[in-house]
Design a protein around this ligand. Sequence first.
Ligand code: ADP
Length: 390
Amino acid sequence: MQATILALNAGSSSIKFGIFDIGGGDLTTVARGMLDIDKSSRLVARAGDGSVLLELTVQGDGLPAGIAAMLDWIETEFGNRRIVACGHRIVHGGSTFFKPSLLTSARIDAIEALSPLAPLHQPRNIAPIRALSKLRPGLPQVGCFDTAFHRTMQPPASRYALPRPYEEKGIRRYGFHGLSYEFIAGKLHDEGRADRRTIVAHLGNGASLCAMRYSRSVDTTMGFSALDGLVMGTRCGTIDPGVLLYLLQHEGMRTEELERLLYRESGLLGVSGTSGDMRDLEASKAEHAREAVELFVFRAARETAALANTLGGLDCIVFTAGIGEHSAGVRRSICDRLGWLGVVIDKDANDRHEPVVSASTSTVEVCVVATDEESIIARHTLGVISGVSA
Ligand code: ADP
């Protein structure tokens, strides 16, 4: 029987998954897929070449039924496989979790207690862990934290200008999208380019930037929560805290309404009034859709310049995630605003989504890299169950 690791990356409406065979202490990706839970509980799996291995509408009750169908398919129809461990992306590790950890029931409770720090994400990350605990009580599960990569971020970058006791309570800048940044850092390291002053732009539904050098995070745009920084699909990004006080004190807004406004109704969706999806906005002729994209670009370029300052210069920009990998228009508009930093884009290479999209005259290399959070989750999971870390 082939020993296999399942990596789950639970997002707001779906769970991405990767299936990795273990052989000679190493991992081979054998399939990737998506479990869509919000719409019709559809399960899709594809081979490395993109060919469809499975397409199924899951019968039964939501997430547990979807996960049960996934396990069943992996261990029966998809060859003679045995899942030996499951790794999970967990958005917030708080001040407690800085490395991949075996998920004991006490640790699951501790992670759940961090939900107020990431109310949109943390419950979604925990749901599949709890479902698997019931379906496979003995299966080792490993949590991999999006905040962990940024543990190298030091004051002043990690600090808020609040009285010291608040920092001691854990109110500091944590940063997110760490598994994606870890993947990109590993790639830069393997290519002998880790010494460059690099800004990675992870632009998906959630979006942030990370300034890194020597494979370490030195600054990032998200802070205490995943609300901070860039304009996102439905999140506002950086906002004057005075606006929040005003809404609470003078608009009579309740905290749950404020939470919904900031996490679900703002960003591209709020400004366009129609969609939080970049593809829709780029296809739209509406003025407010254009303005939403313009604000997204403006803020991304402004924050890139701020992070270049933290790095003391800029050698490389890496675009990744849905928008970063696929929207030539957004990449070009951000780079055009950064011309004064020496960024020059090669329009044709950019339109073709080539790995390097900067012109030969550019003093900053601009790259496009497909991120792979699931492979990082699988690698950490193997490390934990092999006793390399725990
Ligand atoms: P998540 O943060 O949910 O993992 P993704 O990384 O999948 O998000 O990114 C989703 C975003 O990427 C959406 O705004 C989507 O419109 C955008 N996107 C995906 N493909 C394209 C494309 N071809 N052109 C422009 N935007 C795209």
